[in-house]
Design a protein around this ligand. Structure first.
Ligand SMILES: NC(=O)c1ccc[n+]([C@@H]2O[C@H](COP(=O)([O-])OP(=O)(O)OC[C@H]3O[C@@H](n4cnc5c(N)ncnc54)[C@H](OP(=O)(O)O)[C@@H]3O)[C@@H](O)[C@H]2O)c1
Length: 277
């Protein structure tokens, strides 16, 4: 990997799974890293491991199901640094297995939509001024090959719920957001891309779904780090990758009307006026 000395990176969901490995490898390459998750003990452990390896990191706890905590997280990041070169929106929850029941956050929003998509939308929006001021800077949204069309008539999935559907809808929402934001960031020096890291990596999410892993965490981390740091992607934005290969996402992601609808809905749900751009 490139030497990242002097760079500042923020990886959500880096107390576990692929995010943890990405944070460690960014720190090993010289970046100062913000580690994030809900579990403070695990957060401190990841920071200690990075420091023992000669890197620099700090931990910030926040539950992304709560928009207030998402905003506070962004403020904490802004207070701790003068620059932000890389934001990786990686935190997420899986399908919850075949018997998963519909869950909501305190605001009544369907939980996977709120955590996997809306939190990243709000966080990115709050951090955009610093990313722009640090340009060239990159945003990487960790999505999935599991994608399902957003049903704008019932985004909160009050009918016909399944955990798989909720997960896949939230993952496609991240891709629509990526493509929409890439257009809005043209000329700013901030790029935004998204990816399916690898299929069924050996992580907590996959174990909890009762699936036997197919891929290693290393494979997924390599794919994320490719979008995050590869010189070959300098200036390239609005892309979807399947692992290390540029690929096509679900057709809805290429529909400008659907993207505009999602943007308007997200602004409304987050109580925002006209961000992010
Ligand atoms: N695993 C796969 O095969 C696979 C395939 C395709 C895409 N992905 C995507 O890759 C990303 C990482 O997945 P993973 O498999 O590495 O998952 P994981 O091992 O379960 O780790 C998830 C991370 O997200 C954090 N997180 C979960 N809910 C949160 C919440 N409400 N607020 C704040 N942080 C939260 C967890 O931290 P705490 O527990 O400390 O809160 C943890 O650090 C996800 O976006 C996932 O959709 C994974």
């Amino acid at each position: 990997m490139e030497n990242l000395t002097g760079k500042f990176a923020f990886v959500t969901g880096s107390t576990d799974g692929v995010g943890r490995m990405v944070a460690s490898q960014l720190a090993r390459a010289g970046a100062e890293v913000v580690v994030h998750g809900r579990d403070a003990d695990r957060g401190r452990q990841v920071v200690a491991e990075i420091e023992a390896d000669g890197g620099q990191a700090r931990f910030i706890a926040a539950d992304l199901s709560d928009t207030g905590q998402v905003r506070a997280l962004a403020q904490s990041v802004l207070q701790r640094t003068q620059r932000l070169d890389l934001l990786v929106n990686n935190a997420g929850i899986g399908s919850g297995g075949p018997d998963g029941k519909r869950q909501t956050n305190a605001a009544g929003q369907e939980l996977r939509f709120a955590v996997n998509y809306l939190a990243g939308f709000v966080l990115t929006s709050e951090l955009l001024p610093m990313l722009k001021a640090s340009a060239p800077a990159r945003i990487v949204n960790v999505s999935s090959a599991g994608q399902q069309e957003i049903d704008f008539g019932d985004v909160m999935l009050t009918r016909g719920y399944s955990g798989g559907r909720a997960y896949m809808q939230s993952k496609l929402a991240q891709i629509l957001f990526t493509f929409d934001l890439a257009q809005r960031l043209q000329g700013t020096g901030v790029t935004v891309n998204c990816l399916h890291p690898a299929s069924y990596m050996a992580t907590t999410m996959v174990r909890e779904a009762g699936v036997t892993p197919w891929s290693t965490v290393e494979q997924g981390a390599q794919a994320i780090l490719n979008l995050a740091t590869s010189p070959t992607l300098e200036g390239r934005s609005g892309l979807y990758f399947d692992g290390l290969r540029e690929s096509r996402a679900n057709a809805q992601a290429y529909d400008p009307a659907a993207r505009a609808k999602l943007r308007a809905l997200s602004l409304d749900l987050a109580g925002m006026s006209a961000k992010p751009d």
